[in-house]
Design a protein around this ligand. Structure first.
Ligand code: APR
Length: 170
């Protein structure tokens, strides 16, 4: 998996992955940036998903795709990360976000996908473990998508990610 720092909304890939919430109706962080930069078409498709297959919202660990609107990407794959919990291990759910997003992107025919560090912002997952879970999930996925990129929001987090990747050999 490629490790870069930057803004997910500026990635020139086929699909970017949104760290959404179960409402699919927008929020802050990456979610806010994607809707702000991508424009209203993304939210319109999210509303349509809520009005049809996802009446009760998107479950944690699941993924669903929409247009990317005005963004350089062609699609946005929305996934809902688990909120960090100190007393229960939700890491399988966090890994499901990566696995199910890769499956959704492959279904679209995407040949390049960019992820943010899911759950490591508002949802308070410690960044180093969020990185470990991302690396583990993508390594275990067996994905055939040629380009899978993790976009860290700042240089410091990128340094941590590179150190963890070097140690785990992924
Ligand atoms: N590009 C890349 N990474 C970003 C960007 C961006 N434009 N904006 C934020 N990040 C980083 C954050 O620094 C964090 O490391 O993405 C990671 C995920 O943070 P959040 O966006 O807060 O996502 P998450 O922790 O999964 O919380 C999801 O926050 O925005 C709301 O609607 C969203 O309720 C949902 C919750």
């Amino acid at each position: 998996m490629e490790l870069v720092s930057g803004d997910l909304t500026e990635q020139h890939v086929d699909a970017i992955v949104n760290a959404a919430n179960s409402s699919l109706l927008g929020g802050g962080g990456v979610d806010g940036a994607i809707h702000r930069r991508g424009g209203p078409d993304i939210l319109a498709e999210c509303r349509a998903l809520r009005a049809s297959r996802y009446g009760r919202g998107l479950k944690v660990g699941q993924a669903v795709s929409t247009t990317a609107g005005r963004l350089p990407a062609r699609w946005v794959v929305h996934t809902v990360g688990p909120v960090w919990s100190a007393d229960e291990d939700r890491s399988p759910l966090l890994r499901d976000c990566y696995l199910n997003s890769l499956a959704a992107a492959a279904e679209l025919g995407a040949t390049s996908v960019a992820f943010p560090l899911i759950s490591s912002g508002v949802y308070r997952w410690p960044k180093d473990d969020a990185i470990r879970q991302a690396l583990q999930a993508v390594a275990d996925s067996g994905t055939t998508i040629p380009t899978v990129r993790l976009v860290l929001f700042d240089a410091e987090t990128l340094t941590v990610a590179k150190r963890i990747a070097a140690r785990s050999g992924t």
